[in-house]
Write a protein that binds this ligand. Structure first.
Ligand code: NIG
Ligand code: FE
Length: 391
């Protein structure tokens, strides 16, 4: 039998299990303990009632929460877009066109270079409390380049997304229909074995609603489940399409009509908000308050990518969401943990209750609220992933 460890003397434990503690959505337990056995949580509750274990870790009056579930990132890339960011911060607008710069650099990179970049950003994210992450292809745009990106990604996570439909490949820019044909046939066949999800950037300058429907439907037929970059830069059909296809998530959701909000609220499609993108492109913030008040499930994620959001920090996104998107600190922490899990249709991560993976983050703070209250401060003092302390 594997050995058991109790983390005790936790001032505030976020479980995301409303049957525990204060019975809020966070299931907040004061003076708490968590017991880990092997890679799972086996017990949570008040410190004084914790069962005997082999090992003991003293949290010393600090806060513990589930490891962050970052359900949207683009980490298979090479190259650098510092100049583009610099120009944008000097007044030039963001457009989908910058993606081409990364496509050229990514095609030129070796597998080892791609994997080294991925590994580096994952280590960075882990140090900031992320224990589950999704990542996408989308900077290769040929059958060979997309499938190798997915193969590299699959060595590091189960949550791999085929985004061949990020933009039309530059060599087919004059014939988008031919590119959609490629994505839905040969490229999909080569990529489907290495991915769980299929995604489309549904936006002016990328793919319209009909193209997106064709691509996602073809993916579904190959056993991939849809998620969509929807309504990021403008109003469009992405959110309605996400709901129509029972996508796990509609991501960005920055420009929404009342009908879009109602559609999300009446569905199990999660609205994944990515404030790093609005921050790094000086764009209008998505309105989390409006979505939550309507009854939609909201996730918060980094969108980490070299163009529109080069941050791997979920705590930074939590702080932005609280400051500028109308979320309470409790809501933002829920969305970055349980919300991310919902966006990946997972119930084994994003919560700390018996049966869930022992993925947890110890903060150098007495409360999870400090994630928003102390923006930019490296508060993560410990990270366990699958029951093993990694940080
Ligand atoms: O999620 N929206 C499309 N894709 C990325 C941006 C990618 C890039 O600029 O390289 C995003 O923001
Ligand atoms: Fe994205």
């Amino acid at each position: 039998m594997s050995s058991s460890t109790v983390i005790t003397n936790i001032a505030a434990l976020v479980t995301n299990d409303p049957s525990l503690g204060d019975h809020s959505p966070l299931g907040l337990v004061r003076d708490a303990a968590v017991v880990i056995e092997g890679d799972r949580v086996v017990w949570t509750g008040e410190s004084s009632k914790a069962p005997a274990t082999d090992n003991r870790v003293d949290a010393d009056g600090r806060a513990v929460l589930p490891g962050f579930v970052d359900s949207h990132s683009h980490l298979l890339f090479a190259g650098d877009r510092t100049e583009e960011f610099n120009a944008r911060m000097s007044g030039r607008p963001y457009s989908a066109g910058g993606i081409r710069t990364t496509v050229a650099a990514t095609r030129a990179a070796s597998d080892a270079e791609l994997e080294a970049g991925l590994t580096r950003y994952l280590a960075e994210a882990l140090r900031q409390g992320t224990t589950t992450f999704e990542t996408k292809s989308g900077y290769g745009l040929t059958t060979a380049d997309e499938s190798r990106a997915l193969r590299v990604a699959a060595r590091h996570t189960d949550e791999v997304t085929f985004l061949g439909a990020h933009i039309v490949a530059p060599e087919l820019a004059d014939d988008p229909a031919a590119y959609v044909d490629l994505v839905t046939s040969e490229m999909l066949d080569a990529c489907a074995p290495h991915a769980r999800w299929i995604d489309v950037f549904c936006e002016k300058g990328a793919f319209d609603g009909d193209q997106a429907r064709a691509i996602l439907t073809a993916g579904k037929a190959k056993g991939l489940h849809p998620r969509i970059h929807a309504n990021q830069l403008s109003h469009g059909p992405g959110v309605q399409l996400a709901v129509e296809l029972d996508a796990a998530s509609a991501d960005h959701c920055t420009h929404l009509t009342d009908a879009d909000v109602d559609a999300l609220a009446g569905s199990r499609t999660v609205a994944t908000l990515l404030p790093g993108a609005e921050f790094s492109t000086r764009a209008q913030w998505p309105d989390a308050r409006r979505l939550i008040d309507a009854g939609a499930t909201v996730a918060l994620s980094t969108d980490c990518n070299p163009g529109s959001s080069f941050t791997s920090s979920v705590p930074f996104c939590i702080a932005l969401a609280v400051r500028d998107m109308g979320m309470t600190p409790d809501e933002a922490v829920w969305s970055a943990t349980a919300g991310g899990a919902a966006a990946l249709r997972r119930d084994d991560v994003g919560r700390l209750a018996p049966g869930a993976y022992a993925d947890l983050t110890l903060l150098d703070a007495p409360s999870h609220v400090h994630l928003a209250y102390r923006p930019g401060v490296p508060l993560v003092a410990g990270v366990w992933r699958r029951g093993v302390r990694r940080v």
